[in-house]
Write a protein that binds this ligand. Structure first.
Ligand code: ZN
Length: 136
């Protein structure tokens, strides 16, 4: 039985994103041709197909676009975490990011709720950008 929490495996497109997360920084790729932000990290802009981009520090703020409350753990590693919130966050930069909402009772989460990034150091090597209700 697998009790290890599944963790991201950085590839050449996402290694800068994950290294920044370890420093508790949220980076997004911004296309140098059309200026649009994108997430997840990838080598080609999904809007104009340019391969030129810059890493930009995200504001780390957004709103809950949609969410669900997980009551049954999908893997044994999540048994001690239920119930938890799996949410899609729309960042102020316009991209949407799948995440958990921490530091909040699951039944208090609402669509449109302002949230801010927080960082969960899972192991020595992996830090997950997560979100929590925005402080006023
Ligand atoms: Zn573009």
């Amino acid at each position: 039985m697998d009790t290890q929490r599944p963790l991201p495996k950085p590839d050449q497109d996402s290694v800068a994103y994950w290294e920044a997360a370890r420093r508790h920084e949220l980076l997004l790729q911004q296309c140098s041709a059309c200026n649009k932000f994108r997430f997840y990290p990838r080598c080609i802009c999904p809007y104009c197909f340019s391969d030129k981009f810059e890493w930009r520090q995200a504001a780390g703020r957004g709103t809950v676009y949609s969410f669900t409350i997980i009551h049954r753990a999908p893997f044994p590693a999540f048994r001690d975490k239920v119930p938890y919130v799996l949410a899609l966050i729309e960042l102020t930069e316009g991209v949407r990011m799948m995440t958990n909402i921490l530091e909040c009772e699951p039944n208090m989460v609402e669509i449109g709720m302002p949230v801010e990034v927080t960082f969960e150091d899972v192991t020595e090597e992996v830090t997950l950008p997560q979100f929590r209700p925005a402080k006023a």
